[in-house]
Design a protein around this ligand. Sequence first.
Ligand code: T6T
Length: 324
Amino acid sequence: SKKRLYLALITALVLAAVPHGAAAQDKIKIGFLPGVVDPFYQVMQLGVEVAAKDLGVQVVTQIPQTWGVEAQTPILDAMVARGDLDYIVTAPTDKDQMIGPLKAAVDAGIKVITVDTFLGDGDYVNGPVTFPISYIGSDNVEGGRISARGLAKATGGKGLVYINSTNPNVSSVEGREQGFKEVMEKEFPDIKVLGPDYNLDDQNKAAQQTAAVLEREADLAGVFGTNVFSAQGAGTAVVNAGLGGHVQVVAYDATQLAIELMNNGVVSLVLAQKPFDMGYLAVQFAAADAAGVTSLPRRVETGFAIIDKDNVKDPAIARFIYQV
Ligand code: T6T
């Protein structure tokens, strides 16, 4: 496809411009600061590391233990204070509150690439936020739409469904909620949506919240878990309530547990993102930028693998299950 050709061209340019085995002092140094320790970002880290090796660049990785601005900002500040980083590749944990701390990095001479989540509205050409080189991640609004159609199909297009999510103001999960609600309103008038409840990216909290809804709403037909811990918590609650197969779950993020829950008939659809590609491309972009490439796209959507019972054994699909 055109996109593949384009990416191959970038790689060729980068490989031509970045001499292999360059002296250590010539290597660019990238700080990698994802959102939190989870299988999604661990796979992204693999992509970052493989690209760094392929392109001969250095990477310093630091991963927050918990999700949020409070955990991410001090790590970012410390990365800036090191004084030796050329680029920061990061997933902002809040689309507004991380603008200031990341702008400070730019003011200190570090270039920023956002992966998975974006700042502002994600339009780095027209703004309001234009300082990052690029956003490389999923089209999460579209992912929410796909999830809604999957859950509607599994529930027969009617009844009550519930969203469990992480936090407000995070571009990724916010987009998923928006796309999900949009499709339910427009295409499935007989489905009513409850929530979201916010679990602060804590799986136990997601399970408790889902259990409470299951108890309150005897006729709940389905749950949309908008990320790893939301979906795993929701799935666990459904299993514990003995409602597997009666209450359908759609899981965003293809963890081993999500796939196991699908094989057990609890989860009806798993949406795999492509975190390896996000990490690999981000490092490639940094190296290309350092080599003087000025035409890098300001937004790259990395796509999905939509996994269900019928295709999960297909190696071309199964390779997108998060293996860490
Ligand atoms: O769903 C991913 C990521 O896309 C989101 O921004 C935060 O949660 C995950 O890391 C999964 O836990």
